[in-house]
Write a new protein. Sequence first.
Length: 75
Amino acid sequence: MKPFAYAHAGGSNWRDCVEACLKRLGRPGHGIGFVYFTDVLVEHSNDIVDTLRAATGVSDWVGTVGVGVLATGAE
């Protein structure tokens, strides 16, 4: 079984963060996507998900917004 793709990023704006994640995710074109981002980015949530949909080909995304996000190998 192929493991799922994942990515995380930090940056000064949502576009830089999404772009960094997309470099790792590629274009799987199927499945379901999970997205988590901090409350600072909530006003851009529609832009973030729209960009992820267009770039990955994954149409269905779920997730949440929190004060902080934990990621593998990052603090």
